[in-house]
Design a binder for this molecule. Structure first.
Ligand SMILES: O=C(O)CCC(=O)C(=O)O
Ligand SMILES: [Fe+2]
Length: 533
């Protein structure tokens, strides 16, 4: 029997080979604004939308050195804010972001369209047939779908061409039922209905790998990926999954018995004999937004079925009575009193925002789709009658302010920005309510005293910003609605009237920013971008 080896380590940082993408440094940013990969433009320009930027070397900003500090003003700590922070702080992650092990008692009869039945453990001859039938597996970069073996070296067959026997399907369904409470935490799975959908059969030969990436959500409600490793003999090929500085390695090197790897590529060798090893099935399940990578298969071959795990229960609400792991009475009392105090304080924060642990796409952001600790905290907040709770997209914005020596009032020639300064600020938009409605709240700037846990808001350093633009996604590029980005739980005393946070008709929407604009001088250009966060 093969040994299951699951290694957990904290804070490991795996960077190898080609995956180390050279980030575009600020000084490398080309002068043409089209050359900067920017998701969206937010605010108007003073002079012209046609601006070139010069002297990015000269960019100077306090926020470059210290991203976490938005304002140099001394922070005032309101007692009720620290009480709320402490009350929510004891809530623990009820589940885990990834789990794996041997899939016991598994047997599989698999038929591939155009090949026929596949004998397991996979032998060399059938490996070759699989490769012939498959196509090179692509990956996504932003909205583009690309094939590049240095990023992903694998072969894939579409689910429609793969038939699995009924008993195996049943075994997978049972395994999924077992895995969900492990991933989500027991207390978060009430009324939840998860289905698994076979997505691809993926075949790796020697050299096969996939650099770090996140899996795209390929269907509404998709939240996790399940990898079922089929019996085949190989070396290397460990799957590493990361979340919030924690790393788990699933290394299921399957009883590899050394045989010449050249044999796999040797066209004349068509032996149909069992390799006599790699008898076991293994599984790994992880939240799709977690960064993961497959290290190189160094010998033999690896064969996996990839499933999408999809939450089908669209009526699920955070269970308001579901605060089992915390002292409910104490929590409710603290929240009641602190929120009352907050409500009667006209100078305190308008609302409090808590950055979510997981990343979510705009398409799938809802209370129902929250994962792990995010769901647990939402449950707790929703159990408090005196708070309004919403979800929102959290965006890091950058305003570039520079001199425009020779403004062209007609906007015919590109404006050249000189002596550019950058300012960073954060905003909340794309609001989602508990009833899954999308209230037409304004885009609001998030002030430092409104971030419940300040350090959580430290985003990547300015210099590293462009690295996120190179993030890869599994299989295909996706539409902007399916890009992962940072989200926040935002709450406030239910009776508090907050400018910008009342239900409105879409045309009444606006942008509320107290972001300090420099005095308008002639020749002063100002441009705000939403950075990829
Ligand atoms: O082969 C594996 O174990 C996982 C591959 C993967 O991450 C993917 O196909 O998106
Ligand atoms: Fe993946």
């Amino acid at each position: 029997m093969s040994q299951t080896f699951v290694k957990e380590e904290c804070g490991a940082n795996i960077t190898e080979g080609k995956e180390e993408i050279e980030p575009v440094k600020s000084k490398d940013v080309e002068v043409k604004n089209e050359d900067i990969e920017i998701k969206e433009e937010l605010i108007e320009n003073d002079v012209s939308s046609n601006i070139e930027i010069e002297n990015m070397n000269d960019v100077s900003s306090s926020s470059m050195e210290d991203e976490g500090t938005i304002d140099s003003n001394e922070e005032i700590e309101y007692p009720y804010v620290s009480e709320i922070r402490d009350a929510l702080g004891v809530i623990e992650n009820p589940g885990t972001f990834a789990c794996g092990g041997e899939l016991e008692n598994a047997r599989l009869k698999m038929i591939i369209e155009g090949i026929g039945p596949i004998k397991l453990p996979l032998n060399k001859k059938q490996g070759k047939l699989l490769k012939k039938k498959s196509t090179a597996a692509p990956f996504g970069r932003g909205s583009k779908t690309i094939v590049d073996k240095s990023i992903r070296n694998a072969w894939q067959i579409d689910a429609k061409d793969v038939t699995l026997d009924k008993a195996f399907d049943k075994l997978i369904n049972e395994k999924v039922d077992e895995l969900i409470p492990i991933l989500m935490g027991e207390s978060c799975t009430e009324n939840i209905q998860i289905i698994s959908e076979l997505y691809k059969l993926v075949y790796y030969q020697k050299g096969g790998h996939f650099v770090k990436h996140r899996d795209t959500e390929k269907a509404p409600g998709m939240f996790a990926t399940l990898v079922i490793q089929l019996p085949a003999s190989y070396k290397g090929g460990a799957l590493t999954v990361r979340h919030k500085g924690e790393t788990k390695v699933f290394d299921f090197e399957n009883d590899y018995v050394d045989y010449s790897d050249e044999e796999l590529d040797d066209e004349s060798d068509n032996s149909d004999t069992e390799d006599g090893n790699g008898d076991n099935f293994f599984f790994t399940a992880f939240f799709a937004d977690c960064e993961h990578q497959l290290s190189k298969v160094t010998a033999g071959h690896r064969l996996v079925l990839i499933y999408n795990l999809i939450c089908k229960n669209s009526t699920l609400h955070p269970n308001k009575n579901n605060i089992k792991s915390i002292n409910k009475k104490k929590f409710m009392m603290t929240m009641k009193n602190s929120v009352e105090e907050w409500n009667s304080d006209n100078n305190g924060p308008r609302f409090l925002a808590l950055k979510l642990d997981h990343l979510y796409t705009n398409a799938n952001l809802s209370f129902q789709n929250l994962k792990g600790k995010d769901k647990k905290i939402a449950n707790a907040l929703c159990s408090c009658k005196n708070v309004a709770v919403y979800l929102a997209t959290l965006t890091k914005n950058e305003t570039l302010i520079g001199h425009d020596d020779d403004p062209d009032p007609w906007g015919r020639k590109p404006t050249v920005m000189k002596d550019v300064e950058a300012e960073i600020f954060y905003s909340l938009h794309n609001w989602k309510g508990l009833d899954n409605a999308e209230p037409h709240f304004d885009t609001l700037e998030l002030h430092e005293n409104e971030m419940l846990i300040n350090e959580e808001f430290v985003f990547q350093k300015y210099e590293e910003r462009s690295e996120s633009e190179y993030e890869y996604t599994g299989n295909t590029g996706c539409e902007i609605d399916y890009f992962y980005n940072k989200k926040a739980l935002v709450f406030w005393p239910i009776c508090k009237k907050i400018e910008g946070l009342s239900r409105k008709r879409p045309h009444e929407q606006g942008y509320h920013s107290s972001h300090k604009s420099p005095p308008k001088k002639s020749g002063r250009s100002r441009r705000t971008f939403i950075l990829a966060v």
